[in-house]
Design a protein around this ligand. Structure first.
Ligand code: ADP
Length: 159
């Protein structure tokens, strides 16, 4: 019976696609490239509890960077520096996958690119596994945790 369970969740894993397991854009905590990192903004970021914060430009579905919360440790809130000024040395590589990408492919790409956050995009031509300067028409995000959760079919409760 255990084998059967394993098989069925593995099968479900392969038949699902990126958009079915993503965290939708409206639930994603993000910052704008024009935000200033003042006390309130930094507090919002820390209290969100997320490791990675997507950075958008003008529209929330247009992503131009990812900032790691831990990289903001040395930011002085009284300087109120704009997000734009830290992006050049702080932002991580951006990767996207079209909404119909299989989870198998996504897993392989995450391992190859060593990026555990992918943007799911409406753009059909978006190439999986290619580093991008910006991602447009973003629908949501998928992280390694979403993949693992789907594979083992249980909610992973963070400590
Ligand atoms: P974290 O390390 O921040 O806890 P994980 O990669 O472990 O993030 O993902 C946990 C869940 O949170 C996943 O469902 C993922 O899609 C979601 N998630 C990750 N980053 C964000 C974010 N900035 N805003 C909203 N949800 C996020």
């Amino acid at each position: 019976q255990e084998d059967q369970m394993l098989l069925s969740s593995a099968l479900r894993f392969t038949s699902k696609v990126s958009s079915e397991i993503m965290t939708p854009l409206k639930e994603v905590f993000m910052i704008s490239v024009t935000d200033n990192l003042d006390f309130d903004k930094l507090k919002d970021i820390y209290t969100s509890g997320y490791t990675r914060i997507p950075v958008y430009h003008n529209r929330k579905d247009c992503i131009v960077g990812i900032v790691f919360t831990k990289d903001l440790i040395l930011v002085d809130p009284s300087d109120e520096i704009p997000v734009a000024s830290i992006l050049p040395f702080c932002s991580r590589s951006l990767y996207a996958a079209p909404k119909g990408t299989s989870l198998e492919k996504l897993l392989a790409e995450m391992q190859a690119s060593r990026s555990h956050l992918y943007f799911v995009t409406e753009a059909p031509g978006a190439q999986v596994g290619r580093r991008l300067a910006r991602v447009e028409r973003v629908l949501g995000i998928v992280t390694m945790e979403d993949l693992i959760e789907t594979l083992i079919s249980i909610e992973i409760i963070d400590e």
